[in-house]
Design a binder for this molecule. Structure first.
Ligand SMILES: [Zn+2]
Length: 350
């Protein structure tokens, strides 16, 4: 690296330490690592996202590729450390922040996901208008020239930050269908799908994928387990030492199903010594239990507020769950309260 490169890195460090933009730092110098979990099972990190992979004599079984930059880095690391190719990529679910970048491994790997992943990845009809509700409702407000599309010059915020992720046909503007589908253009569809559970075997080792069921986070969520290693890769519907993301995707409304899924996997978690979440540190059943307890405390706090006649605004301002204040994302608590309020009060959930 030349001196200019060093200066740029130092400058990025200063910007981050001033709290101006953690994002630009994350994009400039991603935190990447490979750490052993147990036996031939390893964990890969890209900033706040984690994947796992199992090395066998006949190749590697990788879970989420995360994104193209990470996958490119990982492929080179795997080549030099293990000298066997990635033979399978097993998707936890379709979301672009975990499932992107699979093309990097397409020369040697097959891709496996739950069958619902295909409908999540499908492009909505061309006539779909820019969304006025839901996660990307903000898009409609960006259409300054009123042509029903978002040109790059009109985009801002999360949509600008991941413009190419939304722009599936690469024409430099986003249709309503592209916005509604989400930032999925770097997600390679699975070659192999399954409905309830499936086993991937390679080099005398086995990995299981189990559908979590219909629930709030997505309809195509798989828990990926390594029985011989007593290990599990579990993503987004359970995370460790980190609050649920922002408004908890309350628009899907399947909160009871989400709680059932958490309790189901908590009931199985004692069989696993190493539970590696898509976000947060490797943990065990204790961490799953803490996650479930957080949901229950949040639900009880919001239900008590409703019973006491508090407004949503009062609850968002006042509810604290002190014992979780050390968790990452505690500043999302007021948005968690909003999501929980909708779960408890919306009666058109289905
Ligand atoms: Zn997700």
């Amino acid at each position: 690296m030349n001196h200019n490169g060093v200066r740029i890195l130092v400058l990025l460090g200063l910007i981050t330490s001033l709290g101006v933009s953690a994002t630009s730092s994350a994009q400039g110098t991603p935190r990447r690592s490979i750490t052993p979990i147990t036996g031939d099972l390893y964990r890969g990190q890209n900033n706040n996202h984690f994947t796992v992979f199992l090395v066998t004599d006949e190749g590697i079984i990788l879970t989420d590729p995360i994104n193209t930059g990470f996958a490119t880095w990982l492929k080179s690391e795997l080549d030099s450390r293990f000298d066997v190719p990635v033979r399978y990529v097993l998707y936890s679910h379709h979301h672009g922040d975990h499932a992107s970048g699979g093309d990097v491994f397409a020369d040697t790997a097959q891709f496996v996901g739950h069958e619902n992943m295909l409908s999540h990845l499908a492009m909505p009809p061309e006539s779909t208008p820019l969304p006025i509700e839901g996660q990307y409702a903000i898009a409609a407000t960006m259409d300054a020239n009123g042509n029903g599309r978002i040109e790059r010059s009109e985009a801002s915020g999360a949509i600008l930050n991941n413009f190419s992720g939304f722009d599936a046909n690469g024409d430099g503007e986003l249709s309503g269908a592209e916005v509604l589908r989400g930032p999925l253009s770097a997600v390679r569809p699975p070659d192999i799908t399954y409905s309830t559970t499936t086993v991937i075997s390679l080099g005398g080792k086995q990995v299981e994928m189990t559908w979590v069921g219909e629930m709030n986070h997505s309809m195509d969520m798989s828990v990926i387990t390594f029985p011989a290693e007593r290990a599990m890769h579990i993503v987004d519907f359970i995370t460790f030492q980190r609050l649920p993301y922002r408004e908890m995707d309350f628009e899907n409304g399947l909160f009871d199903e989400w709680m059932s899924a958490i309790k189901h996997w908590e009931s199985l978690a004692d069989d696993y010594d190493y539970i590696s979440p898509g976000h947060g540190p490797v943990g065990d059943i204790t961490d799953v239990r803490e996650w479930r307890r957080y949901f229950e405390k949040l639900r009880d706090a919001v239900a008590d507020g409703i019973d006491a006649g508090q407004s949503l605004e009062e609850m968002r301002a006042n509810i604290e769950i002190e014992e979780y204040s050390e968790w990452e994302g505690y500043s999302w608590l007021d948005e968690n309260v909003l999501g929980m309020y909708h779960f408890l009060t919306d009666d058109d959930d289905s």
